[in-house]
Design a protein around this ligand. Structure first.
Ligand code: ARG
Length: 267
């Protein structure tokens, strides 16, 4: 009985709101950017290349999940905006930001001087570096050993950059793939002898594919990298909100909680 009454009430309410939708009557919700007394949280479209577990990946139900996703949701929560994640292939991800199809990007993106020319980055939210994946019986023991070997990378990533530096820009030994999973598949098939990618992703892959018999090779030559959330150059409004949320989740323990969920206790 009570449920029915509530339903009727909400139906009536719904009708009332619709009826005065165009005007500024009563408590009608303010438009997204309007200066009403109760402004609605703005929703931003976020691009992510969801083929980079555990940072971002797609479930069978096409749901985008991962550390980056949980992190940005928490940031949005604290800073008072909403986010909608859209799977965006790496190849076109920076263009999509540039032309306004995406308001921001979170995609395990390393902050580099080169990229800073074209976009603005939030404060760093994660430290990473490159790591080499090879088969268990491989003789490759350091980065330099990749010389003369076929190496797989994801096009345009920092992994691509370091391998290009080592082997030369036009080296036929570099096999570039549009995603890191494709590069790793090639390692599995024996088409490349090594894959260079971000440590978190390589560790996750080796851990989840024990049957294939891979191991990881680290090298002191790999420099520290820092991930940032990217916004269009000059979009300080969104950037300030993101940094504000980041500060809050770092200081109130939310960041550590999310971190531990994916990577275990921080050393
Ligand atoms: N951190 C590396 C870079 O910025 C790789 C990022 C790749 N991310 C992804 N979601 N595929 O170049």
């Amino acid at each position: 009985k009570r449920g029915f009454a509530l339903t009727v009430a909400s139906l009536l309410l719904g009708t009332t709101l619709t009826a005065c939708g165009g005007g500024n009557v009563g408590q009608a919700p303010a438009p997204n950017n309007g200066g009403g007394s109760a402004p609605q949280a703005k929703e931003y479209v976020v691009g992510t290349d969801a083929a980079y577990a555990p940072f971002e990946s797609e479930t069978e139900k096409k749901e985008i999940v991962g550390f980056d996703i949980d992190l940005l949701k928490a940031v949005a929560d604290k800073a008072g905006f909403k986010v909608k994640f859209v799977n965006t292939p790496w190849e076109g991800i920076f263009t999509a930001l540039q032309n306004g199809e995406r308001d921001m990007l979170i995609s395990a993106i390393t902050i580099t001087d080169d990229r800073k020319k074209d976009m603005d980055f939030s404060d760093p939210y994660f430290e990473a570096k490159q790591l080499i994946a090879v088969s268990k019986d491989s003789k490759i023991a350091k980065f330099d050993d990749l010389k003369g070997k076929k190496v797989g990378v994801q096009t345009g990533t920092t992994g691509d950059e370091v391998v290009t530096k080592l082997l030369g820009k036009d080296s036929p030994d570099i096999k570039r793939f549009e995603s890191t999973p494709l590069a790793l598949k090639e390692l599995q098939n024996g088409g490349v002898e090594a894959v260079v990618a971000d440590n978190g992703v390589v560790i996750n892959y080796v851990k989840n594919n024990t049957a294939q018999g891979f191991k990881m090779v680290d090298d002191p030559a790999f420099e520290k990298e820092y991930y940032g959330i990217a916004v269009k150059k000059g979009n300080t409004d969104v950037l300030n909100k993101v940094n504000d949320g980041l500060k809050k989740i770092k200081s109130d323990g939310t960041y550590d909680k999310i971190y531990e969920q994916y990577f275990g206790k921080k050393q």
